[in-house]
Design a protein around this ligand. Sequence first.
Ligand SMILES: Cc1cc2nc3c(=O)[nH]c(=O)nc-3n(C[C@H](O)[C@H](O)[C@H](O)COP(=O)(O)OP(=O)(O)OC[C@H]3O[C@@H](n4cnc5c(N)ncnc54)[C@H](O)[C@@H]3O)c2cc1C
Length: 314
Amino acid sequence: MTEDRLSPLRTIVGSANVLVGPDDTAGYTEDWRKRFNGAALAVVRPGTTAEVADVMRWADETRTPVVPQGGNTGLNGGSVPLGGGEEIVVSLSRLNRVRDLDLAANTVTVEAGCVLATVQRLAADNDRLFPMGLGSDGSCQIGGNLSTNAGGTEVLRFGPMRDLVLGLEVVLPDGAVMNGLHKLRKNNTGYDLKHMFIGAEGTLGIITAAVLKLFPRPRVIATAFCGIADPADALRLFARVNDLCGHRLGAFEIISEGQMALVQRHADLVSPLASRHPWYLLVELSDPDPETPYMTSWSVCWPPPWTMAPSPTR
Ligand SMILES: Cc1cc2nc3c(=O)[nH]c(=O)nc-3n(C[C@H](O)[C@H](O)[C@H](O)COP(=O)(O)OP(=O)(O)OC[C@H]3O[C@@H](n4cnc5c(N)ncnc54)[C@H](O)[C@@H]3O)c2cc1C
């Protein structure tokens, strides 16, 4: 019965790309922290936008619920099927081509299954920066980053994924393809429908490709690790650094003593500070101009106790 039902999917994506049974689907039905565990009718792995569209058309006609899945690093159960085995998982992993790199427009057009670290590397290899960085960047995918409107460590300076995208290609629930892969920054025509799909976690369609913004590569980076008394200190320091350094401020992450202890215990890392503090801050400044007088700015920011370590030029 299930085999009959799934045979159109085998025709669309090839038998090797329709996975059934708990052994083959296990990596797709459980989340990264093993907190959410479900079952799927099948895991389908399309390799082109046209295949995604055909799969969605089939799902629409057969009234089969669909769970899109990227790198499955979302941590909140959104990427795993929890509907009692009636859903199909559409994995975007095979849709991982770079379609276009335009260094004059400073854009890269990638398919949704491209791993974030691949895009970061591609940008760096071309003397550019793609400024999204998360702990999961070696596994999460651009489609997942867009669908969760991921933030990352440079969000203060560059914004979340919503601010890093110029255009999207999306397959709608009935299989229609919305092609909005625009590169133009000054695109002031009509409604900007792409924003409906960013942060929508796959509820309105499947993102299949995106035009992403690239930025100049930083050539000087300064990192500080500070011990502070409480979060109010962090806000005061934030205001001061922001005043002095403005757009050069990228990362500003607060860490509690408890979190620090966990990292030291489980990741075998040593604190860069000799003394212990109730809270810590990790601050990073960067600039494409190697002559930027960082250290002068830094030295007037805040009195001790905190240490400051200039990073090597990247
Ligand atoms: C160590 C670690 C650190 C992290 N740090 C951060 C962080 O700093 N900031 C942050 O925002 N998140 C963070 N996350 C969470 C997670 O990595 C991000 O949310 C990431 O963007 C998810 O991408 P993914 O490809 O794994 O998506 P998945 O987990 O596979 O999917 C996430 C959601 O998007 C939907 N989806 C996936 N692909 C598509 C698509 N192509 N079209 C439509 N819908 C789709 C899924 O159905 C699901 O609802 C972290 C996770 C880990 C494990």
